[in-house]
Design a protein around this ligand. Structure first.
Ligand code: GLA
Length: 632
């Protein structure tokens, strides 16, 4: 580890079965030894509370703590994280273990961070057992007070679903027809809250017994996982930390990484955060686990740093000989240290040392994309107009167009004060609260340019349609009214009057104050506006009523940037990322990550910390390489 320059190690994540070999029978000698060795080597410790996966003796004693699927199948132990998040048995035993560890190691030299559980909600986010049912009812009682308030919110007049007592309410288990959408939505809110409660219970013990040591739990901000409302979670952690793994099937997976890193920074309030896990090369849990290409480790790590991470950790140190993850890469591969992966990890450490001065700096952007887990859940409920409308699609598309334009972007909650941005993008925000509507209106009136994309503002937080024509929440903002959705067939495209192409979606849209910037040439609504603009106060509100292809999305973003007067950080070809971090004293650093096979030249003034060379007007970045410029 010293040879690789490792200075922080996560320890003990899945070690409950080794630490507590029977109820209250704790064995710490082996952990004393490991922590002692790390401490004497001067390596920092991120100590897990080890509650991520209960040991077999516990589920044997209490099989009622095992989770249950939507269909009613009890999941067996044998994998990991086999517990119901609402289980009082789990919570009691986890709290005991957490307290034991805090008391034993809470003031250990070298303890830098507490790591609660692990990826809470990985595998067991939604549990449908009777214990969960009881907890769900409690949560609903607290939310609604009276059962008739629940009936109103859930629209139970429909399909004879009216409840006369909370005791009749169940989790949304597998049913004969489409379930109640608001029940499903509330169950997702409840499930996120239950997992968060597990975190908070352990955090409070750690704060009490081990004061002064920050506490985190590793988030999973990734396109694979959507069950946790991390805006709510971010308020409870001392340090935002995230795990990110590349989507192997996507040859341009660095784009999803960039989006997730920006979203993680949003969760951290714009400030620094920690990359808690990524893989040194291939993972083992995707269908085809693609090894990282030469140089990719450095590029990925610097992408995270460029978007606000102040540290980069890996899963895992040594590739395992046995167990389900034995084909998952480690910094020390099965082949040992005479390997490319090892050498690239050592090189990464050298680069991180060279750019260490960026730690503590933040990212300020003029553009925001609005993002909300509740809207994600609601948008993808079943029985909707088209299965082709998915939540992340437009968010990713807009992020990609901005990145290719060399423009940095923040991810913001819809109820944030958005008026500090010049350009605010609202992709597929299907459900929206009145507060969020006010925030967007205020931003536009104050001079911002706002873009809303289709299937936004359709329902309130109970998933009730906002009546009077779509998008009910944004009709006034956008100056238009949609009479009917006109989703397209699979593969069908429509042409727009300005030469752009779209698919998936169109609408029968009437102007009510807005102007049409483009209309449909063909498809289900020829002549009807597809792209509109509405002057609002000192700003404007634009609407995209269809799913633009890449060129159209790039074209629209270029127009929006021009109207909002947002300049790029630098002009770059697609596949080259530029980002900027800034310190309190005004010192800034320009990051360039070249994902392409061509060398590029980027405008820059200052010192390239990676190559230790002056950039006087420009920096040349080789194919697949990076630069970090301390700007003059
Ligand atoms: C997650 C877990 C790790 C490991 C990796 C594999 O991030 O936290 O324990 O399973 O996935 O990629």
């Amino acid at each position: 580890m010293l040879e690789a320059g490792v200075d922080l190690v996560t320890v003990g994540v899945f070690s409950w079965a080794h630490l507590e070999v029977g109820p209250g029978d704790y064995r710490f000698a082996w952990l004393d030894d490991v922590l002692g060795r790390l401490t004497s080597a001067g390596i920092g410790i991120d100590l897990a509370t080890a509650t991520a996966s209960p040991p077999p003796w516990l589920s044997t004693l209490h099989p009622e703590m095992l989770p249950m699927t939507r269909e009613g199948t009890r999941l067996w132990p044998g994998g990991r994280q086999a517990f119901c998040p609402s289980s009082p048995i789990y919570r009691t035993y986890a709290a005991h273990l957490c307290r034991q560890l805090a008391e034993r190691y809470g003031d250990l030299d070298g303890l830098q961070l507490w790591h609660v559980g692990n990826e809470l909600g990985c595998h067991n986010a939604l549990c449908f057992c009777d214990v969960s049912a009881t907890a769900f009812r409690e949560w609903l009682r607290a939310r609604y007070g009276a059962v008739d308030a629940l009936n109103d919110a859930w629209g139970t007049a429909f399909w004879s679903q009216r409840y006369t007592d909370f005791e009749q309410v169940l989790p949304p288990r597998s049913a004969a027809a489409s379930g109640n959408p608001t029940q499903e939505l509330d169950f997702r809110r409840f499930s996120s809250d239950e997992l968060l409660a597990n975190y908070v219970a352990e955090r409070d013990i750690l704060h009490e017994v081990s004061p002064g040591v920050p506490v985190t739990t590793n988030f999973m901000v990734t396109e694979h996982i959507r069950e946790m409302d991390y805006w709510a979670w971010a308020r409870e952690v001392d340090v935002v930390s995230n795990d990110h793994y590349l989507v192997a099937a996507d040859p341009d997976s660095y784009r999803e990484l960039a989006f997730c890193a920006d979203l993680t920074r949003g969760l951290a309030g714009g400030g620094p955060w920690l990359l808690m896990e990524t893989s040194p090369s291939a993972v083992n849990w995707q269908p085809r686990n693609i090894a990282r290409r030469p140089g990719e480790l450095l590029r990925s790590a610097i992408q995270h740093v460029s978007r606000g991470a102040d540290g980069v950790l890996f899963f895992q140190w040594r590739a395992a000989r046995a167990g389900a993850e034995k084909f998952h890469a480690g910094i020390v591969p099965h082949a040992g240290t005479d390997t490319r992966v090892w050498r690239e990890a050592v090189e990464l450490r050298q680069v991180l040392d060279a750019v260490a001065e960026v730690a503590g700096s933040v990212v300020h952007n003029h553009v925001a994309i609005v993002f909300d887990w509740h809207a994600w859940w609601a948008c993808e409920l079943d029985s909707h107009p088209s299965v082709d409308v998915t939540y992340l699609d437009r968010a990713h598309a807009l992020h990609r167009s901005l990145t290719d334009a060399g423009v940095g972007v923040d991810l913001a909650h819809p109820e944030d004060d958005l008026s500090r941005y010049d350009l605010v993008l609202v992709p597929t925000l299907y459900s929206v609260t009145d507060t969020a509507v006010d925030r967007l209106l205020a931003a536009a009136e104050g001079g911002a340019t706002v873009l809303v994309t289709y299937f936004s503002g359709i329902v309130d937080e109970h998933d009730h349609i906002r009546l009077g024509g779509y998008p009910g929440a944004f009709r006034d903002l956008l100056g238009l009214r949609v009479e009917e959705f006109l989703p397209l067939r699979l593969g069908e495209t429509v042409e727009l009057s300005n030469g752009w192409t779209a698919d998936v979606w169109a609408e029968d849209l009437r102007l009510a104050g807005a102007e049409a910037l483009a209309t449909y040439v063909d498809g289900p609504a020829p002549g009807v506006p597809a792209i509109t603009r509405h002057t609002v106060g000192d700003g404007s509100a634009w609407y995209a009523a269809c799913r633009l292809d890449r060129a159209g999305c790039d074209g629209l973003v270029a127009m929006l940037l021009a109207e909002a007067d947002v300049a790029p950080i630098a002009v770059v070809p697609p596949g080259v990322e530029v980002t900027r971090r800034t310190a309190d004293d005004g010192q800034s650093w320009l990051f360039v990550v070249n994902h392409t096979d061509e060398d590029v030249v980027v405008e820059a003034h200052g010192l390239d910390l990676v190559e230790d060379r002056q950039a006087e007007g420009h920096v040349s970045v080789d194919a697949g390489r990076i630069a970090v410029i301390r700007e003059m």
